[in-house]
Design a protein around this ligand. Sequence first.
Ligand code: FAD
Length: 599
Amino acid sequence: MSIKTHQYEVVIVGAGGAGLMAALYASKKASTAVISKLYPSRSHTGAAQGGISAALGNIEEDRPEWHTYDTVKGSDYLGDQDAIEFMCFKAPELVYELEHMGLPFDRTPEGRIMQRPFGGHTNNETGKPVRRACHAADRTGHMILQTLYQQCIKNNVTFFDEFQVLDLIMVNGKAAGVVAIEIATGDIHVFHAKAVILATGGWGRVWEITSNAYAYTGDAPAMILRKGLPVEDMEFFQFHPTGIYKLGILITEGVRGEGGVLINDKGERFMERYAPHVKDLASRDVVSRAMYIEMKEGRGINGQRYLYLDVRPETVNKYAKIDGRTNPDGTPYQVTAEDILRKLPDIIDFCKTYLGVDPVKEPMPVQPTAHYAMGGIPTNIKTEVLADEKNTVVPGLYAAGENACVSVHGANRLGTNSLLDLVVFGKEAGIHAAEYAAGAQFEPLPDDAADYARSQLDAILNSKGNERVADIAKEMKHEMMDKVGVFRTEEGMQEALDKIRELKERFKHIHIDDHGKVFNTDLLTAWELSNLLDVAEITTASALARKESRGAHSRDDYPKRDDQNWLKHTLAWRRENGEIELRYKPVVITKYQPKERVY
Ligand SMILES: Cc1cc2nc3c(=O)[nH]c(=O)nc-3n(C[C@H](O)[C@H](O)[C@H](O)COP(=O)(O)OP(=O)(O)OC[C@H]3O[C@@H](n4cnc5c(N)ncnc54)[C@H](O)[C@@H]3O)c2cc1C
């Protein structure tokens, strides 16, 4: 294999919302390249439906303080309050910045950006849902991604599309570049850099039922672990309440924001019992758990493991009346089939295509689906990657977006706060990486920079065992869904950990069919599976150690939150002998002391 070398001051891995926003800002001051295994506009940000949060108060009173408190509460008090406050107060400025770039938000009749309610976002004085999510129909992420990509093209950002990054180069404890494979040719490229920004998105492909793209394989966290650096709060992985039954494809919370309700086999709107104040718009961990309990107690539809999400106009209007919901002008909230079609066109389309169900006429069968990684690569507010529990900065290394843990989402993310996280911290990453690069030298590139990646690829290509990648992946996903999902126990998680370790052994004996160089997705899928196994293992080990229930981490054997012992972040390392080491660091608490969460 030939090796090509490139040099840029800042190299960004990932072309989703976080990577593109970072690229826009880094490229103003530094030579910048974006490397992406997907063509940029195929990044998962484009799948985001419901909206981006900002307390604009365009339709009713709202305040950044309320957004901050809701996010702290939603995080089950594990989020770092300084970072949350920073993000929520920046939100209006960033949303207007996107608007000025040309993002086609939906509008109020007066021409302001339209906003809808979303889970966990409330008026802190009345406790009622507040309209905080800014949206472009049900394709907000698509619009963000297209807008940012256009801006990057306009500003001459250099892209390496369909290049998959395999390894991070560290010299003298500093980031010095990355090693990537050009998917079309199989050539290895070394990117020499002063600063590296990691923005590779999530890893929902660890689980069987997921809303996540096939590309969500945790490449950056796996890479970080191989470099002896830690990951943070990996036990917190969000299950979104409404994935299409068996497929996992997401039905946005915006459906409930527009008045849709969850219904069990007895025709009951069961969320009334679990969250009397905000009902179907409680935070996602609360709703997913309620759904599991309904199904476990036999109230799934026809006794099966799914429930109905009902957005038929007659149902919406019935419950809007019961809830006393009003329009901004105070008139009763009522919808027609046309309103639903206009507000949720993609959802209607997905359901017709994948289920043969028309949501305007029939309820949608849904089940919780693995959705979002709250944990990830530890960073501070400047997005600098942290090496330990003392918050020691790794020079030249930055992370933003879903693969990072700032931590603004703590134990549970509120809907629409991820798109906000991408633009706020993507921008910070771009600014700080370029600033750092301006004052730094290129570290000398070691001759063997690409050796590790090459040897690992060769090992997969030459492996002659009889294990199949698809079989190992299937067993991992099933085990994780069953035992490290919405509800967890000591016994189940221990079994899962043993199983993952067995699968890691079996992975050493795989064989793949394609031994060519051109578009060898067989090879890269195997590589990605090894990343997923590393992420699954560290997630399970972190979860097993946390003996409490908080946010998305819910244990049958420790059903209560335990602030005395567990109000702290997990940091997890994989040591050279394969052992996992866990350490902890305190949560940053500024204004809001932990309280019981009531929705
Ligand atoms: C179906 C769905 C709906 C959602 N809806 C909402 C919503 O309404 N509101 C909200 O706030 N959040 C939503 N989210 C969450 C949010 O969309 C994501 O968390 C966010 O888009 C992630 O952005 P990112 O920039 O971190 O990663 P992505 O947009 O996924 O981009 C990752 C990038 O990294 C690249 N990459 C990955 N690995 C490598 C590698 N090894 N080498 C090179 N490149 C690599 C990929 O090519 C891609 O360009 C939703 C998520 C899903 C799955």
